[in-house]
Ligand binder design. Structure first.
Ligand code: ADP
Ligand code: MG
Length: 188
C-alpha cells in the first residue's frame, strides 16, 4: 500500500499529555470503526499542534485494519482533480477514489481555492458522503472555510456533508515544534 505519507507517525508516538482533551476521542477512533461507518474526522487547530501527525497516525491505523489509504494536501488533491477534469475523466477518478476507504486531506485553509477548484473539491466530498471516509486537517475553524472556498454557499454545503457523520477534534495550545525553544506562541 502506498499511501504517500510525508512522514512516519503513529498513535503510539503521539504525546497525549500535550493534548489531554482529545485522548479518549482518539483512543476510540483507533479501532477503525469510523471507516466501516464511512464517518469523517476533522482535526482543527493552530500550527504545530499535531494535526498532520494524527492524520498520518489514523491513516497508518486504517491501513493496519486493511483499508486502502491515500494522503495528500488539499492543494495536491485539487491539482489531481483538476487534471482529471481537464482530460474528461473526473467521474472515473471519483469512482476510483471511492475504492479507497480513507482519503486524508491535509492543510485545508493554507491556500485559498479558485472557484473551479472549490467546485472540484466539493465533488470529492459529495462523492464520498455516506460512502467512504475523509480525514481533513485545518488551521481554520469552520467559520473561516468560506474564505478558503471563496463562496459561502459552497463552503456551507461542503461543511454540512463533512460534519453530518464526523468527529471533530480541536487541538489546542502552543506549537509542539517550538517546545523547549523559549518561544511561547506564534503570531496569530
Ligand atoms: P500541525 O500539522 O498541526 O501543524 P504536526 O502534526 O506537523 O503539526 O506536528 C509538528 C511536529 O511536532 C511533528 O514532528 C509532530 O510529530 C510533532 N508533534 C506535534 N504534536 C505532538 C504530540 N502531541 N506528540 C508527539 N509529537 C507531536
Ligand atoms: Mg500539518
Amino acid at each position: 500500500r502506498s499511501a504517500a505519507f510525508p512522514a512516519r507517525k503513529t498513535l503510539e508516538d503521539f504525546d497525549f499529555d500535550a493534548q489531554p482533551a482529545i485522548r479518549a476521542q482518539v483512543g476510540s477512533l483507533a479501532s477503525g470503526a469510523f471507516l466501516t461507518e464511512a464517518r469523517n474526522i476533522v482535526l482543527l487547530g493552530p500550527p504545530g499542534t499535531g494535526k498532520t501527525h494524527l492524520a498520518i497516525a489514523l491513516g497508518v491505523a486504517a491501513a493496519r485494519h486493511g483499508h486502502r489509504v491515500l494522503f495528500a494536501t488539499a492543494t495536491d488533491w485539487v491539482t489531481r482533480l483538476t487534471e482529471a477534469h481537464r482530460s474528461g475523466r473526473l467521474p472515473q477518478e471519483l469512482t476510483k477514489l471511492r475504492r479507497y476507504g480513507l482519503i486524508i486531506v491535509d492543510e485545508v485553509g493554507y491556500l485559498p481555492f479558485e472557484q473551479d477548484a472549490a467546485n472540484l473539491f466539493f465533488q470529492l466530498v459529495s462523492s464520498r458522503y455516506e460512502h467512504a471516509s475523509l480525514v481533513l486537517t485545518s488551521n481554520l475553524p469552520f467559520s473561516g472555510w468560506a474564505g478558503v472556498f471563496g463562496d459561502q454557499a459552497v463552503a456551507a454545503a461542503m461543511i454540512d456533508r463533512i460534519v453530518h457523520h464526523a468527529d471533530v477534534l480541536t487541538l489546542k495550545g502552543a506549537s509542539y515544534r517550538l517546545r523547549g525553544r523559549g518561544i511561547d506562541s506564534l503570531p496569530s
